[in-house]
Write a protein that binds this ligand. Structure first.
Ligand code: NAD
Ligand code: DAU
Length: 353
């Protein structure tokens, strides 16, 4: 029987991974360790919280004593590690928070895994979830491959790159059985509205300005979050130990084009005049060190493991907008004091408008 520790399971991607595993693998025990930062929300998991094969533990991955205790008491066989500080803009304002959670926290988990499993590493997996941002920024051409050299450019991506290096170093030094995946930009239900798409949806709904950094020409490669959760299932079950898999949707969009697409979808759904929401688009100061383009080559996971994305952006975005419009209570609850003060500091120019 597998007893899987999923970290960060109350967050955006983590909650989709927890739901998938709890519902699909009734003979596994899923232990969700999450400290519940502003981005962690147990409402995301209301539908599965009473299931027998699920347990939530509120705690910090940096708390070494707690992590060691959980490994022993819960007899953890595997880890799927998602807990992280994940927002680039916050990393620019407070890098140390990212160093603590993303690096120290990962090392605390690695240490616990080595010390608990060291007598017999067989039948264990430490699966680390990472990002395409560790590869840096692309120009108009090319894709990130699993072999692309690391070149992180923000405090967030530097902290994720460091955690990836630690995971591989533990495999080399202590023979810890590891897997990694590096994914592109996710979108979908339950994403905290500081990230581009839910921020746009929320602001359009409330007739507030839509802040676009710089000229809106930066490019991101979008993947529906449920497809990422399924990819994680593929890697966990079929991936080869020691290997890395890039995950992406071959779905590149310029920020300004995606903003117009959300406006178009929402004009229809809100019965607004065509072009009504697009008037809210407001160009603001660029993000410091803003990576120009991310684009993932996901041929390896597609060819070797048989995974493929199920949705293109237009369809996924329409479903996402429906979810946010239907779950206004969820939005109201997550927009807490912390987010309000973050938002007013981040978008000072908009506050003056
Ligand atoms: P998120 O910010 O929505 O959620 C992070 C979760 O981790 C929250 O529930 C939070 O409470 C928890 N957490 C934070 N610090 C913790 C700590 N010290 N101890 C325990 N729990 C803690 O993040 P997300 O967007 O769901 O990203 C999840 C993972 O996937 C991250 O590792 C991120 O780097 C990676 N990733 C994200 C994307 C994306 O587009 N969002 C893409 C690729 C990879
Ligand atoms: O590529 C994977 C990464 O994608 C993940 O590792 C990160 O955790 C996740 O946050 C995301 O990072 P980005 O910085 O790409 O996502 P964000 O939603 O913050 O921004 C997407 C693009 O939109 C980026 O080019 C910056 C721009 N942007 C963002 C915000 C919040 C704006 O133009 N205006 C905004 O208000």
């Amino acid at each position: 029987m597998r007893r899987i520790l999923i970290t960060g399971g109350a967050g955006f991607i983590g909650s989709h991974v927890v739901r998938l595993f709890v519902k699909k693998y009734l003979d596994f025990k899923i232990i969700n360790l999450d400290v519940l930062t502003y981005a962690g929300n147990l409402e995301n998991l209301q539908d599965i919280e009473g299931m027998d094969n699920y347990k939530f533990i509120k705690g910090d991955i940096c708390d070494e004593q707690l992590v060691n205790r959980i490994f022993k008491e819960e007899e953890i066989t595997d880890v799927i590690h998602l807990a992280a500080e994940s927002h680039v803009d916050r990393s620019i304002k407070n890098p140390m928070r990212f160093v603590k959670t993303n690096i120290f926290g990962t090392v605390a988990l690695l240490n616990a895994a080595v010390s608990t499993w060291k007598d017999n590493f067989e039948n264990h997996t430490f699966y680390h979830i990472s990002t395409d941002e560790v590869y840096g920024s692309l120009t108009d051409e090319g894709y990130f491959l699993e072999t692309t050299p690391y070149d992180p450019k923000s405090p967030y991506s530097a902290s994720k790159a460091s955690s990836d290096h630690f995971v591989r170093a533990y495999a080399n030094t202590y023979k810890l059985p590891i897997k990694l995946s590096n994914c592109s930009n996710n979108y979908g239900p339950n994403q905290f509205p500081e990230k581009l798409l839910p921020l746009m949806i929320n602001n359009i709904k409330n007739n507030k300005p839509l802040p676009i950094y710089g000229k809106g020409e930066n490019i991101r490669d979008w993947l529906y979050v449920v497809d990422h959760a399924k990819a994680i299932d593929y890697v966990f079950h079929k991936g080869i130990l020691g290997e890395t898999y890039n995950i992406g949707g071959f779905n590149e969009w310029r920020n300004i084009d995606i903003a117009h697409l959300v406006c178009k979808i929402m004009d229809k759904k809100l019965d607004r005049k065509k072009g009504g929401s697009a008037k809210l688009i407001t160009f603001v100061e660029d993000r410091a060190g803003h990576d120009f383009r991310y684009a993932i080559d996901s041929s390896k996971i597609m060819n070797k493991l048989g995974w493929k994305p199920s949705l293109q952006l237009e369809e996924g975005l329409s479903r996402t907008v429906d979810w946010y419009l239907e779950n206004t209570g969820w939005l109201t609850n997550v927009i807490s004091g912390d987010y309000k003060s973050y938002y007013s500091k981040q978008y000072i120019s908009l506050q003056r408008n």
